[in-house]
Design a protein around this ligand. Structure first.
Ligand code: AMP
Ligand code: MG
Length: 406
């Protein structure tokens, strides 16, 4: 049986990036830029004021206080053409407005006193170049400012817009077909009768796809017969990636792998040395990844997190596709009865006195969904360890919304 690390590596080796499209800046958020962005112009484009105040000649203000004649006003958005600061004079100026000729410093309002409309007293010493943002100080024309491979965040959006780019080439968001299997499943919306289970996996997996940046396409439920599986899996294979849940164990009605093979999906692996999530299968058809996840809601989400999410991020051109790993100290002893498998422990991540702690978030039976709801991270208990004591260090992958501060 493949180890956790081997399985993850094999998945990533089989992933090729999705196509490229031009995206509007807001829709480019979280996506990977495909080309270097070269500045077409200087930023700022002209010398401008960093403060509301007065543009002055610093040489006029060698003594403090000094009195200057106010000869003009340049609000934001105005031009400074034809305005000059002559010796002994000052021009009122607003933040962002162009510096008029003659001036070499700006004195903020807070350091001045306007005596009448025509005179201003400068009360603090003035240093040449103070409170001026100079042309090209931030970015020079021709400079490469954002490199290919960068994930676009709000600061990149700001820079791209400032450089005049309204659209940029980014990797496509893959369409991910999500389908569940099982005769026991009903769709959410009514109270289950005896023997019925609400199909929560489809919605949870679709949400996980969207959270990772993909576009979920819900295919519905394949019933536990060959025709229904053929129909739904064929439909699912039209997407860029297919993710199924349940029907992948060794039960006599577990038809997913059988029908996928019939439809031309080459199985790359089945079964991984992890708990939960052992029956996970992975295959490819014409380079298209197909994940068959276990049906148990906890197992399907954990295997999505560990295998599908990295694959999806890689398709979208990301380089760092794994969560950052913390080292944390176990709060409790952990026993591993099947120590040939890696245990993916559902935990809360706590921080106390500058140290991270991994606190198991409840009973770890795969059937218990509440433990998953109460988790912010997965602690990796390596195989070969039948017992780990409280205080021992483990690797932790944080996927939650918060760290508990103790
Ligand atoms: P299976 O892998 O088909 O043996 O299913 C394992 C367990 O997961 C069973 O208890 C199923 O009822 C449950 N299960 C399977 N599919 C889903 C689903 N789509 N939503 C919620 N639970 C499911
Ligand atoms: Mg089933």
């Amino acid at each position: 049986m493949l180890s956790y690390e081997q399985a993850r590596q094999i998945v990533l080796e089989n992933i090729t990036s999705a196509g490229i499209e031009q995206a509007d800046l807001v829709d480019a958020i979280g996506r990977v830029l495909v080309e270097d962005i070269v500045a077409p112009w200087d930023m700022p484009l002209w010398d401008n004021s960093a403060m509301d105040g007065y543009a002055v000649r610093s040489a006029d203000c060698n003594q403090t206080p000094c009195k200057l004649k106010v000869t003009g006003y340049i609000p934001a958005g105005a031009r400074a053409d034809g305005i000059e600061v002559k010796a002994g004079c000052a021009v009122k100026i607003m933040t962002g407005a162009p510096i008029p000729s003659g001036a070499d410093a700006v004195v903020p309002f807070e350091e001045t006193e306007e005596t009448s409309g025509e005179q201003v007293v400068i009360q603090a010493s003035v240093v040449m170049r103070q409170h001026i943002r100079f042309r090209g100080e931030d970015v020079r024309a021709g400079q490469s400012v954002i490199t290919a491979g960068t994930i676009i965040r709000p600061p990149e959006v700001s820079m791209l817009a400032s450089l005049g780019r309204s659209r940029v080439p980014v990797f496509l968001r893959p369409v991910v077909a999500v389908l569940s299997t099982g005769d026991e499943l009903i769709e959410v919306g009514r109270t289950p009768a005896a023997g019925e289970i609400i199909n929560s996996n489809t919605l949870a997996l679709a949400a996980a796809v969207r959270e990772a940046g993909g576009i979920p396409r819900i295919i519905g439920i394949a019933r536990d017969n060959l025709e229904s599986h053929r129909d739904k899996l064929r439909e699912g294979l039209k997407a860029d990636m297919l993710v199924t849940s349940a029907g992948v164990s060794a039960g006599d009605r577990d038809l997913v792998r059988v029908v996928l093979e019939e439809l031309g999906v080459k199985q790359v692996f089945w079964k991984v040395g992890i708990k939960p999530g052992k029956p996970t299968a992975f295959g490819v058809k014409d380079g298209k990844p197909v994940f068959s996840l276990p049906g148990n809601p906890v197992a399907s989400l954990i295997t999505f997190e560990e295998f599908v999410r990295p694959a999806l991020l890689r398709m979208m051109g990301q380089r760092q596709v794994l969560r950052p790993t913390f080292r944390a100290l176990l709060r409790e002893d952990v026993k591993n009865r099947e120590s040939d498998r890696t245990i993916l422990l559902r935990i809360r991540l706590e921080r106390e006195g500058g140290q991270f702690f991994a606190a198991p978030s409840g009973k770890q039976q795969t059937g218990l969904l509440k433990t998953m709801v109460n988790s912010a991270a997965i602690a990796v208990i390596p195989p070969g360890r039948s017992f780990m004591a409280a205080g021992e260090e483990v690797d932790v992958h944080f996927f939650g919304s918060h760290i508990d501060l103790i």
